[in-house]
Design a protein around this ligand. Structure first.
Ligand SMILES: *Cc1c(COP(=O)(O)O)cnc(C)c1O
Length: 371
């Protein structure tokens, strides 16, 4: 048996006819930017998330950067976030000349709200929680702190399309939130794209200008901007896939239910979901002992697994200039050594999950697995 994490080939096989029809339909119209398909996508996202406004963009990274830009984040401002994230969270902060101020995570891999207060200074402007793997951060607590300290909250909801906290969709707990439609996210385009959602009309208008060179009309510029437009083909692909998102997330939820049923070793810990939350389950991370040996063993048995990521962001080379070093975030560092993402996608079968689980159980049963 050969079991992959990523299902893009299977997905293409499944959706081929629909996708080719969409591409043909859009290409026939002869216009590929700023078209009705894009407006429709933004409307659909508002409907799905309950946000007032959506601006579609080129990537989740642009969404993060433009969200902060529109909130007035400038050189020297401090943005509080977590070392357990994808480097884009930090890159977008640094790109604006701002300073990433990191706060350790809790055992659920999300920012630990209890540690935020001690990192707030006069320069702090934004708290940026990351809903890692789609598991929601404690937004009640984070917003309480932000209100007390008069700070802006911007959610990095790149992985959280389809996630809910107390029945409200991810991204609706902050002034503006960034989402990614990268091919490996739950709602994915045929390449890079992303979007922001907000209830704030001013933010909406600013980002709408930023993403299109600051153009108000063909020959009038109100501000400087960039090019970060979602193209019409991908907008229509996303419209098509958005209709199937709930089903996809339910299938992913079922996978985890099955893994819980079949994995029978105390050496593997599955992080529980809080009752009042729904995760998008973009990635299925388990915490395991002897992770690297297990990974090798699975590989030998045809099972792909991935580490998102082995290095917490503060230990990457360009972070040195901010003075971070090993030992700064003990929980993130500890968990980075244990996390492993198991095969988990909408096409995996119960048999395959059982196979993976059995291999894991066997690995730990072997007497000298650690040698
Ligand atoms: C994917 C991701 C991003 C970046 O999104 P892109 O669309 O790839 O630019 C940012 N933050 C997190 C947490 C992500 O997972």
């Amino acid at each position: 048996m050969k079991i992959d994490i990523i299902d893009l080939k299977k997905r293409y096989k499944d959706e081929r006819e629909d996708l080719l029809k969409i591409i043909d339909k859009v290409l026939k119209k002869g216009n590929l930017v700023m078209t009705k398909e894009v407006q429709k996508f933004e409307k659909n996202i508002c409907k799905y998330t309950g946000a007032k406004y959506c601006v579609s963009l080129n990537s989740g990274t642009d969404a993060l950067m433009m969200a902060m830009w529109a909130c007035g984040v400038r050189k020297g401002d401090e943005v509080i976030t977590t070392p357990k994230t994808f480097i884009a969270t930090i890159g977008s902060i640094v790109h604006l000349g701002a300073v990433p101020v990191l706060v350790d995570v809790d055992e659920d891999l999300n920012i630990n709200p209890e540690l935020i207060k001690q990192k707030i200074t006069k320069k702090t402007k934004v708290i940026m929680p990351v809903h890692w793997t789609g598991r929601m951060c404690n937004m009640k607590e984070i917003n309480r702190i932000a209100n007390e300290e008069n700070l802006i909250v911007i959610e990095d909801a790149a992985q959280a399309m389809g996630s809910y906290f107390n029945k409200k969709h991810a991204g609706t707990f902050s002034k503006v939130a960034a989402f990614s439609c990268h091919p490996l996210k739950n709602l994915n385009a045929l390449g890079d794209s992303g979007f922001v959602i907000t209830n704030d009309k001013k933010i909406f208008k600013k980002i709408t200008l930023y993403k299109n060179h600051g153009l108000v009309g063909r020959d009038r510029i109100d501000t400087f901007g960039l090019n970060s437009r979602l193209d019409s083909i991908n907008a229509e692909v996303l419209n098509f896939r958005l209709k199937k998102l709930k089903k996809l997330i339910n299938l992913r939820k079922k996978n985890i239910f099955l893994y819980k049923k079949y994995i029978k070793t105390p050496k593997i810990k599955i992080i529980d979901e809080k009752k009042h939350n729904i995760s998008s389950h973009v990635i299925f991370n388990v915490l395991c002992e002897d992770r690297d040996l297990l990974k090798k063993y699975l590989e030998k048995n045809g099972i792909q697994s991935l580490i998102y990521y082995g290095t917490p962001v503060h230990l990457h080379k360009p972070m040195k200039k901010f003075g971070y070093k090993k030992g700064d975030f003990p929980v993130a560092e500890k968990l980075c050594k244990k996390i492993l993402a198991l095969p988990h996608n909408q096409y995996i079968t119960e048999k395959e999950i059982q196979y993976v689980s059995n291999k894991i159980n066997n690995f730990y049963k072997r007497k000298n697995y650690a040698s």
